[in-house]
Design a binder for this molecule. Structure first.
Ligand code: ADP
Length: 556
């Protein structure tokens, strides 16, 4: 059950109010007593000079006089002889005066004998009420003629019930208000903590808070240990990882990042304090603005080339992640491979020329006609292979010179199919071109080379009676060219591999295939022309290669 502070507040405020009331009452009584004493003192001073004369008069006259004083002042007036016997008393009949006990020892009278005004406060034996007595000596203090004593009962004081009732009412209202406020606060707080506690919302707030605190701590510990594990893992990877917030300020950088960059990006400082590479900073700026992923490469001071991947992050505190990888070794390997391929292609030339000369001589002599023909076919094939190798090496090395102009893709497609028509007819395959003239800025020779390769494949990997169709169409922002055939198709597991150099699909039915370089050349040429190439295929049904070239042409 939840605690109810209303009751405590009601009782507390009632207690405070009662304490206040009692204090006020006490002050009030003290003041009333002081006022009464003052009044009695003044009265005794006024009456004392007249009282001395009364002592010498007979009891009857004195009695009459002090009763007159008593009526006029509302006080009890007592005239006491020097021996302590009561000479006259406004509250006692003269006949009863001898019965009154001697007043010489009354405290106020004892005090008055010193010459001062004697004061005493006690319960009156006559009325049993608290009474203030004031006495004064009559005549000289060392030979007193007697004493004048005045007395008055204190006004009866009842409890201030009205104020007590009001205090109780105010306390009860405060209690109710406090209870309702506390209830509202309880509900609001319990609602906020609901996700962290399984206790019902009406449960004691402290219990809910305790439960929430326990779970929160457990979750924090879990998260902290996960974070530390992630940190430890990131600190061990060879790739440099830098995490930035929305302002481009470094939030995390692993040791590999510092090592690769040659300067340590410091957490809490902007990245550009540690990194000067404009390509990296531009990629970060771009990702901060637009999100997404961008790739670039930078060369750091030691001449090391780093591949940089910058990606946008969906995180409340982090906006960008930068991954740095040393690609120096990969680049060196790639360069060595290209050099090897180029050298190989080059080295093949001379023996091939010699071999083809010898084959021609053999043919001319007329001996071994069969052998000479086979040799000639194989040499031609080897020559094509060497040429393709050289071509691929050139394209990959970026040594292809493009002569870009605005050309009609449809007429290039026609030109290519016309050139291959004989070959197609020989294979029993029909080639056709569909579409409308579409202008594109490209290198016509290279585009024809790409299409020729694709149409050639469509014919080669087909069956008699098959078709190869080239379609051109203008699309948003560029030109789409499709080369479709209804030939033998490619197994699904190999579709992703056919663009790799030297990759050939091994088929039993396939006779003498190509070099496995055609599609690799297509891929690199299309990329050089600023376009894209995709291939879809179904085994036994045919293949579709789709090219897209932006109307603006390859980037300068
Ligand atoms: P190749 O010179 O051997 O034709 P490519 O790089 O042009 O080399 O093609 C790679 C492989 O992809 C080929 O071995 C062939 O099996 C397959 N291929 C390419 N185009 C087609 C197609 N239109 N239909 C079926 N298979 C194809």
């Amino acid at each position: 059950m939840r605690s109810s502070p209303g009751l405590a507040i009601a009782f507390g405020s009632l207690a405070v109010a009662l304490a206040g009331l009692i204090t006020l009452e006490a002050v009030h009584r003290r003041e009333a007593r002081a006022a009464l004493e003052g009044r009695l003192r003044r009265a005794v001073d006024v009456l004392a000079p007249y009282a001395s004369a009364l002592l010498t008069e007979g009891s009857e006259q004195a009695d009459a006089e002090i009763r007159r004083w008593a009526t006029a002042s509302g006080l009890r007036v007592t005239l006491i002889g020097a021996d302590g016997r009561v000479h006259a008393d406004s509250w006692t009949l003269p006949s009863l005066l001898p019965r009154l006990e001697n007043h010489l020892q009354r405290p106020e009278v004892v005090a008055a004998r010193t010459g001062e005004v004697g004061v005493d406060r006690r319960r009156s034996t006559t009325t049993d009420r608290p009474t203030t007595y004031v006495a004064r000596v009559l005549g000289p203090a060392d030979h007193p003629q007697g004493f004048l004593r005045l007395a008055q009962e204190e006004a009866p004081h009842g409890w201030p019930w009205g104020s007590i009732f009001l205090a109780a009412l105010v306390s009860a209202t405060a209690g109710v208000l406090a209870e309702s406020l506390a209830g509202r606060r309880h509900d609001a707080t319990a609602r906020h903590l609901a996700g962290w506690s399984e206790l019902p919302p009406g449960a004691d707030l402290e219990a809910i808070a305790y439960e929430a605190d326990r779970r929160f701590r457990a979750t924090r510990e879990e998260l902290t240990s996960e974070l530390e594990a992630t940190r430890a893992a990131l600190e061990r990877v060879a790739e440099g990882v830098v995490l930035l917030d929305r302002e481009g300020v470094v939030r995390f950088a692993n040791p590999a990042a510092a090592q690769l960059l040659g300067s340590a990006p410091t957490a809490g400082r902007p990245l550009l304090e540690a990194v000067r590479a404009p390509e990296l900073l531009a990629a970060v700026r771009e990702t901060l603005e637009r999100g997404g992923i961008s790739h670039t490469s930078i060369v750091v001071e030691a001449g090391v080339e780093l591949a940089v991947r910058v990606c946008g992050l969906e995180h409340p505190n982090l906006a960008v992640g930068v991954v740095l990888r040393d690609v120096g070794d990969e680049r060196r390997l790639e360069r060595a491979r290209r050099a090897l391929v180029a050298d190989l292609a080059h080295e093949l030339r001379t023996p091939l020329t010699v071999l083809s000369g010898l084959t021609e001589e053999l043919a001319e002599i007329g001996t071994c006609g069969e052998v000479a023909a086979t040799l000639s076919r194989q040499i031609a094939k080897l020559r094509v292979f060497a040429e393709e190798l050289e071509e691929l090496a050139r394209i990959e090395a970026g040594q292809v010179r493009l002569h870009v102009e605005a050309v009609d893709a449809l007429s290039i497609a026609r030109q290519v199919t016309d050139e291959l028509r004989n070959r197609a007819e020989g294979a029993g395959v029909t080639v056709a071109v569909e579409g409308t003239p579409v202008l594109v800025r490209t290198d016509p020779v290279r585009l024809a080379q790409v299409l020729s390769n694709l149409v050639d494949n469509g014919i080669r990997y087909n069956r008699p009676g098959g078709h190869v169709t080239v379609r051109t169409a203008a699309t948003e922002g560029g030109v789409r060219i499709e080369v479709q055939d209804d030939g033998i198709g490619i197994p699904p597991s190999e579709i992703g591999l056919v663009f790799q150099r030297f990759y050939r699909v091994r088929r039993q039915a396939e006779g003498e295939g190509g070099s496995g370089l055609g599609l690799a050349i297509v891929k690199h040429l299309v990329r050089a022309l600023g376009g894209t190439v995709t291939l879809t295929s179904r085994e036994g049904e045919g293949s579709l290669v789709t090219l897209f070239f932006p109307a603006s042409g390859p980037a300068a």
